[in-house]
Design a protein around this ligand. Structure first.
Ligand code: RTP
Length: 155
């Protein structure tokens, strides 16, 4: 199997406030589950301002930064860690382009969102950021790397 030679990675996926408010939590989780990735962390969480600022620190200089922080901290988000071969780039594909109007139909944003500032979900952009963001959003003991009882057709 070609795929088995590729790296098992982890990524941080977050259902943003609009996704939770619009009742899209189940729909979004199911896309990653059906793809075949493994959920290793999951919680509903209203994040403090400092955490949101740390998560988005690369965007500090942008004019939309204060609005982005207000939005992310306004109501709870759903924090998730997902594991799998090539999960970082694959999750970004499942999510679609940052601006939902440019996101292909079939992607989460392409199917479910309209505005960049309300694009329902976040996904880490590199394996390094996957690790960094999971460590930022989850405490030790909140993650479980479990082994599925049977999965003959997936690695
Ligand atoms: P993402 O990780 O969420 O897919 O986004 P990205 O890296 O592709 O894009 P980035 O520029 O890092 O933006 C991160 C999030 O900031 C919000 N944003 N708002 N003009 C705006 O109002 C604007 N631009 C970006 C979005 O929530 C975006 O996902």
């Amino acid at each position: 199997l070609v795929a088995s030679m590729e790296e098992v990675e982890e990524t941080y996926i977050m259902i943003k406030p609009d996704g939770v408010q619009r009742g899209l939590v189940g729909e979004i989780i199911s896309r990653f589950e059906k793809k075949g990735f493994k959920l290793t962390g999951l919680k509903l969480f209203q994040c403090p301002k400092e955490l949101a600022e740390e998560h988005y620190k690369d965007l500090q200089s942008k004019s939309f930064f204060p609005k982005l922080i207000d939005y992310i901290t306004s109501v709870p988000v759903v924090c998730m860690a997902w594991e799998g071969i090539g999960v970082v780039a694959s999750a970004r594909k499942l999510i679609g382009a940052t601006n939902p109007l440019n996101a292909e139909p079939g992607t989460i944003r392409g199917d479910l969102a309209v505005q960049t500032g309300r694009n329902v979900v976040h996904g880490s952009d590199s394996p390094e950021n996957g690790k960094r963001e999971i460590a930022l959003w989850f405490k030790e003991g909140e993650l479980s790397s479990w082994t599925p009882a049977q999965q003959p057709w997936l690695t």
